[in-house]
Structure formats: structure tokens, C-alpha cells
Design a protein around this ligand. Structure first.
Ligand SMILES: Cc1ncc(COP(=O)(O)O)c(C=O)c1O
Length: 377
């Protein structure tokens, strides 16, 4: 796969290594949104299909990306909304517990904390058990697996740690959850769209993905897979759009007691979101076109010279998102100055520098980062 920068409108003089913060807009997404905005000039051009058809397309595309049927996908505004929708329908075990990981993203943490407080379940927070960069993922995964038992009601973790890029072994965690009768909720925000995701193979019950990072989608849209356990659950709100008679505009007050099948009951009100939905569609379409294996291998090849230079391996971390193993003799102040001077944009998360690479980055971005580090040693 070649660099895809030409499909974006990134500043030519900026090295944007921060997709984990916010993915850039595709030119095609921008065009689609402008077109949708202009359609608002004349509502007379709108038909009933405009309220529903694009939503269905986006549900189908996300389903293709994560290996599920479109009917199991809900459209919500944020991950916090997705977690609340799912957790509202998770039954606690008596004297049970929930499990999450240390320094999990706040939207995930507060959702599960509230659920535990409300349902008299204990919250167990699992740390990595080591700070050895080479073994941190193995050690952390093992600790998570050891903590899942018959009393576990629910496990909620990110697929890739948002702060440092550590890869969690979803397949083995999902299979242990299944064995112990625990609901497995995954926050895919930092990996879906860049790594291959398979909700069936990983036994995931709920997968929540904010659209504005690796899905190259808009802010304020989030896609949620909910498995059959949630087909008869209670949604957070009661939108008219989620009833089976919603397309029958002249008959809406003939109140329909039935929700549309499966996950559609969890769609947020005004899920048509005329301006944002076309951006989401373009991002998903493009990612499926590229293929996530190609995207991950592009990121792997691109970041390799950085790890070679730092004399480190990246086996615990994803290749699209990772914390930088800093040389001992680094002058941090000088490094920050070098980054600033060279327009290298990345994130500081806790003590570490978080780098994220995507298909619009090239060798020049990585070479500039290497130079910025070298000149601070
Ligand atoms: C792992 C993870 N989850 C969720 C979010 C965003 O959450 P929300 O949609 O609730 O704003 C982020 C943003 O950085 C994230 O890294």
C-alpha cells in the first residue's frame, strides 16, 4: 500500500503523528458533508429515504468491518452513551464483580464504576504487573485472564490501551468471559479501522467505537455492536425512529409498540444526522477498500525504522499507536523544543510520548521524529 496523503487536506509542513487524538477528514468525506449541508437549503428535495437509508448503509459497513450483521449495530453520539446503553441491560451476579484495566479511558471507567455502585458489585482494576516494556502485554493479559472467574459479571476494556498502545489479547479474554458467563464489553475506539476486528472470533458481546479517530469519521458519532443478549433490552430513550412503523409518516400517532429488530432500539434520537452520517460512510467505505490488514502492515513498516533507531522492539504494542521508549540520556526539554520546531504533532500521555501513525504518514514524518530525538540526546 502506498501513502494515501493525497486523499486528505493535511498541512504539507506538519508531521501529524496523532491520529489517536483525532483522525483527519477525508476529502471525500468533506465533499459528502458539504453536499448534505447544501441539501438542507431545500427540504422539499428530501424524501423519507433520507431519514433512514444512509443510517442503514453505515450500519452495514460497520458490520462488515467488525464481522456482524447490520441489525446488531446501533448509532449513538459517544462511547459514554454506548456504554450506558449496554450496561443498563447487564444483569449483575450476586456478590459479583466487574473488571477493568488500570488507567482505562474515563468514559469507560465512570460507566463501569456507576454500574458497580448501583448493582452492588465490586470493581476490580487490573494493572500490568510489570513495567518491563518487552513483557508488559503478556503480563497484563495473564493478570486479566486470572482475575476472570464465576463471580465476574462483566469485563470492560479497550482493545488497545488509549494512553500507551498496549495490545490486549481479545481472543483469550473473550473466550474466558464466555466460559465464566461474563459479558465482554470492548472499547474499540483506538483500534477499529486500523487493526482487524472480529466480534465473533473474539466472543465480544458489545463493541463501542467512536468514529472520529481510526474510522476517519466525524466527531459526535459512535458505532456500537450489541449481540443477541441485548435484543430485548431497554434503550436509554424512546425515539419514534426506532419503531417498526417509522417510515410511515402519516401514521406515526398510531403508536407502534414494537421496536425495529435487534440493536436498532438503541439508536439515538435523530440518528439520521444528515451532515455527519455521510462523513462516517466515506470513512468506513475507504477503510474497507484499503483493508485493515494492509493498514496495520503499512503502520508496521513505517514505524520499524523508529524502533530500530531506539534499539527496541514493539511486541507489546500496536504498530499504529505506541508509547516511545525514550533513551536514558534524553533531554526532555530539548526534545519538546525539537518537536515544536519541526512541526511534529504527537501526544503527551502521563510520562510517555504517544505516537500514532496512519496511512497518510510517510517515511519523512518518521525520519523527522528520529532526528528530533537524536538531537536531544
Ligand atoms: C479509548 C477511548 N475511548 C473513548 C474515547 C472518546 O470517548 P467519548 O466518545 O465518550 O468522548 C477516546 C478518546 O480519546 C478513547 O481514546
Amino acid at each position: 500500500m502506498d501513502c494515501q496523503k493525497h486523499l486528505f487536506s493535511l498541512h504539507p509542513d506538519v508531521h501529524y503523528l496523532n491520529n489517536a487524538y483525532k483522525g483527519p477528514l477525508l476529502k471525500s468525506g468533506e465533499q459528502a458533508a458539504i453536499h448534505a449541508l447544501q441539501r438542507g437549503r431545500n427540504p422539499s428535495d428530501m424524501n423519507i429515504g433520507h431519514f433512514f437509508d444512509l443510517v442503514e448503509e453505515v450500519r452495514t459497513l460497520y458490520g462488515k468491518l467488525v464481522n456482524c450483521n447490520a441489525s446488531q449495530v446501533a448509532i449513538v453520539p459517544s462511547t459514554s452513551y454506548g456504554f450506558a446503553s449496554a450496561l443498563n441491560n447487564v444483569k449483575p451476579k450476586t456478590n459479583g464483580k466487574a473488571i477493568t484495566i488500570e488507567d482505562e479511558f474515563p468514559s469507560d471507567f465512570f460507566a463501569i464504576k456507576k454500574w458497580c455502585d448501583t448493582h452492588d458489585n465490586k470493581l476490580e482494576i487490573i494493572g500490568p504487573g510489570t513495567d518491563d516494556r518487552n513483557n508488559i502485554a503478556d503480563s497484563w493479559n495473564e493478570k486479566i485472564l486470572n482475575s476472570i472467574n464465576e463471580s465476574t459479571s462483566v469485563v470492560i476494556i479497550s482493545s488497545v490501551h488509549w494512553a500507551n498502545g498496549i495490545n490486549f489479547n481479545l481472543k483469550s479474554i473473550g473466550s474466558k468471559c464466555k466460559e465464566m458467563g461474563a459479558i465482554f464489553i470492548v472499547d474499540g475506539t483506538q483500534s477499529v479501522g486500523s487493526q482487524t476486528m472480529d466480534v465473533q472470533a473474539f466472543n465480544i458481546n458489545v463493541l463501542v467505537t467512536a468514529a472520529y479517530k481510526w474510522l476517519l469519521g466525524p466527531y459526535s458519532l459512535c458505532l456500537v455492536y450489541l449481540d443477541d443478549n441485548f435484543n430485548n433490552g431497554t434503550p436509554l430513550e424512546e425515539s419514534w425512529m426506532n419503531r417498526t412503523n417509522a417510515r410511515d409518516f402519516s401514521n406515526l400517532a398510531n403508536y407502534d409498540p414494537n421496536y425495529q429488530p435487534n440493536a436498532a432500539r438503541y439508536n439515538m434520537g435523530e440518528s439520521s444526522n444528515f451532515i455527519l452520517m455521510p462523513i462516517a460512510k466515506e470513512g468506513l467505505r475507504q477503510i474497507l477498500n484499503w483493508n485493515t490488514e494492509e493498514i496495520q502492515s503499512y503502520a508496521t513498516n513505517l514505524s520499524k525504522p523508529l524502533f530500530d533507531f531506539l534499539n527496541a522492539n514493539n511486541k507489546s504494542f500496536s504498530n499504529h499507536l505506541f508509547s516511545l521508549p525514550m533513551p536514558k540520556n534524553i533531554n526532555r526539554e530539548k526534545l519538546h523544543e525539537n518537536l515544536r520546531k519541526r512541526n511534529i504533532i504527537l501526544s503527551q500521555r502521563g510520562e510517555s510520548l504517544r505516537v500514532s501513525v496512519n496511512i497518510y504518514n510517510d517515511e519523512n514524518d518518521i525520519a523527522s521524529l528520529i532526528e528530533a530525538i537524536k538531537l536531544a540526546m
